[in-house]
Design a protein around this ligand. Structure first.
Ligand SMILES: [Zn+2]
Length: 162
């Protein structure tokens, strides 16, 4: 992806500007923008998935701000430190199974360390894997759950080394 295409994605998908406007800003023909739109389908869908999350959690901040913050957060479970690529590695090799996988599991989820605070408080937000998020509920504090996460981390490590 070129720098210009990256900027196109930002203006089109994140800022949701019209082609006329983007064409002027970037100095690129609209027909080229249409071609890029098709070419960048995979990247578009990734951003669309993040927009869905932003909508579902009813964030107040604009999507562009949310997207930047979301992308700059470290992508591993705050509690057990597993990453999405490790989760998928375990799933693909059959070392991790659950009936839930159709709906949850492959992607890290957003967890509010302090569940009574608004989602918009980004300092309070961390990524959590489905297994930690599901077990933490609103019962354990983030500090308490880090103790449990440490144990889960050992188990993931064992499975990943197997
Ligand atoms: Zn976890």
């Amino acid at each position: 992806m070129t720098q210009q295409q990256k900027e196109f994605l930002r203006l089109c998908i994140i800022e949701q500007q019209k082609y006329d406007e983007i064409s002027k800003t970037l100095g690129v023909e609209k027909s080229t923008l249409s071609k890029w739109y098709e070419e960048l389908k995979e990247e578009r869908l990734k951003i669309a998935a993040i927009r869905t999350l932003w909508k579902r959690k009813k964030f107040i901040m604009p999507f562009s701000e949310f997207y930047t913050k979301f992308m700059s957060k470290e992508r591993k479970c705050f509690y057990c430190e597993i990453t999405e690529s490790e989760i998928n590695e375990l799933i693909e090799s059959g070392r991790l199974t659950t009936k839930r996988l159709a709906t949850r599991g492959r992607k890290l989820e957003l967890d509010r360390k302090e569940p009574n605070l608004e989602y918009d408080n980004f300092e309070n937000l961390v990524f959590a894997c489905y297994w930690c998020n599901n077990a933490k509920t609103d019962t354990f504090t983030d500090e308490e759950f880090l103790e449990i996460g440490n144990k889960i981390k050992e188990i993931w490590k064992r499975r990943l080394e197997n």
